[in-house]
Design a binder for this molecule. Structure first.
Ligand code: BG6
Length: 487
């Protein structure tokens, strides 16, 4: 296993994301040997912490407080803390000194990763200072990881892009979408382009419709303040859902390289039909959860406006107008406080053109490919086949591919963040959204958002109850096309 040499500077090093995701992921990379001797991490934030205190936080965050073999302590010894005000130019000079010193000490060779795990309103100033204060090196690579939300609409996303681009050219920018680090999301191209049975059938001649569901049972938890200004459309559709849609609908990339994959995805997103304002209501449904027997409604959540009109549920019908996919409805759906946590794709194939078995009770069903992403990775193909016995009846059965692993091996499955951070260290960009992808996805999202904002007075919220699959209108959206949700 090749050790990656890098100095990682985390802006927002005391934050929730760093502690919940980044430190455990870095520790896993350490345990697997991807990080070893030649790496160091500088955590920065406003509050004054000592290195010792920071290292205690790291050891706790990696869930190894007992640290029997001293591995967590060794790992944490590579961590340094620097109190930092992102607007203060002098602070960058101090940061540079520390960075150069650590680069020397750990013989890193100038490779730097800057992780912006802070509010996007600071991205511009941080990027500008990193450049002007010479924190970018000339001896190794410089890469910047940007957390979501990447913009609030098309315009703000483009401003962010420009601000970052002043200091980092596109090939140095890694925009995190953690869904792209999920095993089964990464599996979509393998399934589509690695098997001729799917390669051959993946088009409007054989696919009836595609359904993408990202349902959550949790509510907004402690994130009401952010969520109430965002809503489900921005929080889950613009990024995760459209990224999955692009993987499902893109044409085969020329080769499996960053540039070719990105180009294929860009073309898919560019082909999204952008709705006219009057078309939005026929193609999109929004919802907000009301109280359940033991759960508060959205409007009762902390930091949420008591008469908030923010949506916590979205269902929509998309069209990707390429030669292969035009005419295939792509139904998407996401929401908080739904029946269960499930991230999945259902690809519904058309029925055989002529049913030689005749009609009757014994009807043929659609073949459906289920790609289960969360909570358990699983692939399942629903088929018609004859039942065993004298009569000629058929039934729907499934071919199942379980990726479930015994509990003791679970720790070996890399987490999304771990895979994505390793991608950055190795300079692999295909699992990150490019600026063009952002551009097209935001254009699409804005068209829905603007139409919704205009008609906000027509909405009656809440309109679905905790633990349901969303408002009835989400079912009607498919029924009017003669379809239904597979899940
Ligand atoms: C985040 C959203 O991007 O994804 C959250 O901001 C959401 O609102 C989360 O809960 C879901 O991620 P996962 O991996 O648990 O499906």
């Amino acid at each position: 296993r090749k050790e990656e040499k890098a100095l990682i500077v985390i802006f927002g090093g005391t934050g929730d994301l760093a502690q919940r995701k980044l430190y455990p992921s870095l520790f896993n990379l350490y345990k697997r040997g991807f990080l070893k001797d030649n790496f160091a991490v500088i955590g920065t934030a406003r509050r004054p912490w000592s290195d010792d205190y920071y290292r205690e936080i790291i050891i706790n965050a990696v869930g190894d407080a007992e640290d029997i073999n001293g591995q967590a302590t060794d790992f944490a010894s590579h961590f340094y803390y620097q109190s930092h005000n992102v607007n203060d130019t002098e602070h960058y000079a101090t940061l540079k000194q520390l960075a150069d010193k650590l680069d020397d000490k750990y013989q890193i060779g100038g490779n730097r990763v800057f992780y912006l795990a802070m509010s996007p309103s600071f991205f511009g100033t941080i990027a500008a200072h990193l450049k002007s204060q010479n924190l970018k090196t000339t001896t190794g690579y410089n890469r910047v990881i940007v957390e979501k939300p990447f913009g609030h609409d098309y315009e703000s996303a483009m401003v962010l892009n420009e601000e970052i681009a002043q200091a980092f050219p596109e090939e140095e920018v890694y925009r995190i979408d953690h869904y792209l680090g999920k095993e089964m999301v990464q599996n979509i191209p393998a399934i589509r382009f690695g098997n001729n049975i799917f390669n051959a059938l993946w088009n409007n001649r054989y696919i009836s419709n595609i359904q993408v569901t990202l349902s959550e049972s949790l509510g907004v938890e402690e994130r009401g303040g952010y969520y109430d200004t965002a809503g489900a459309l921005r929080d889950m559709i613009q990024n995760h859902t459209l990224q999955i849609v692009s993987l499902l609908t893109m044409s085969a990339p020329v080769s499996f390289t960053d540039t070719d994959i990105r180009n294929a995805k860009i073309n898919a997103l560019k082909s999204l039909r952008v709705y006219k304002p009057e078309e939005v209501a026929q193609n999109f449904v929004r919802g907000q959860y009301g109280p359940g027997s033991d759960k508060p409604g959205y409007r009762q959540e902390d930091m949420v406006d008591a008469d908030s009109m923010t949506e916590t549920f979205v269902a929509g019908k998309l069209e990707v107008n390429t030669m292969d996919m035009a005419g295939v409805p792509i139904y998407v759906r996401t929401g908080k406080r739904m029946r269960e946590k499930a991230t999945r794709v259902d690809v519904v194939f058309k029925q055989v053109p002529n049913n030689v078995f005749g009609e009757g009770d014994n009807t043929l069903r659609h073949d459906v490919l289920h790609i289960m992403i969360d909570p358990e990775p699983k692939l399942s193909l629903q088929l018609n086949s004859k039942t065993i016995g004298h009569s000629y009846e058929y039934d729907t059965n499934s071919l199942n591919l379980n990726y479930s692993v015994p509990a003791e091996q679970r720790a070996n499955i890399p987490e999304a963040y771990e895979k994505l951070i390793l991608d950055v260290l190795q300079g692999k960009a295909s699992n990150f959204a490019s600026s063009k992808e952002l551009e097209y996805s935001w254009k699409f999202i804005d068209s829905v958002r603007q139409a919704w904002d205009k008609n906000i007075d027509d909405m009656i919220f809440p309109n679905y109850s905790c633990g349901s699959m969303g408002p009835k209108a989400a079912d009607a959206l498919l029924e009017k096309d003669g379809n239904h949700w597979e899940f």
